[in-house]
Design a protein around this ligand. Sequence first.
Ligand code: SF4
Length: 270
Amino acid sequence: MKQIALYGKGGIGKSTTSANLSAALSLAGHSVLQIGCDPKRDSTRMLMAGRLIPTVMDLVRERGASAVTPQDVVFTGFHGVRCVEAGGPEPGVGCAGRGIIATFQLLEKFGTLTGDIIVYDVLGDVVCGGFAMPMREGYAQEVYLVTSGELMSLYAANNICKAIQRLAARPKSRCRIAGVICNAKNMPREEELVAEFARRVNSHLIQYIPRDRTVQLAELDRKTVIEYDPASEQAQRYRDLAARVMENSRLTIPTPLEIDDLESLARQYV
Ligand code: SF4
């Protein structure tokens, strides 16, 4: 079983990428579990036809962990993708990882951490205090960074590289970077820039996803692109990503850049 996590700056499109990836993986015949970890609980929404499912944290708070059943927290979405939302406290407060850890413990107890692949869609915000938890606890073994060519996204991706490098140094740690996904803003030379960033942090660009109106149209229709317009070029990009993720065995320890080097890299592509 593969356990992958998508990390990146808030608003970069992790949930859209994760949901489309899960949908594509499922259509390719894989058994998929997607776990969202964000107080907004919208990671799995497009897989659930727009429905915001209850979060593990909310249910545990309301009823206590012993009264929560698998049916309360694991929902079946598009093409059989199983969906879970960890949730969390009020936005901006952070839970230091309690939400996601409580979720892991509960799902482990239920025996639901199963399938061909688990996709963790994790809030990449260091402020939340728990963002490293899936890596630290050994759940997320393959980390994909989602970034655009914008400097702020690259900063966040570089910071996550630092976290992976730190965690990878621990004895028995299996946490590695598996690739960089360019969720483009359609800036000039963006693919080249992100590919070069990936190379410099000792990884590789696994997929370029152009900015495309189909994504917004699909979201308005409360669907993933895979479901909304399977014949579109954008859907093919997500299917390509799914195939590459399943084949990928290039796992490395990242070499984050110094801030000055990151800025001068970005400057070369302006
Ligand atoms: S770790 Fe962060 S994102 Fe996850 S449940 Fe806690 S506050 Fe929410």
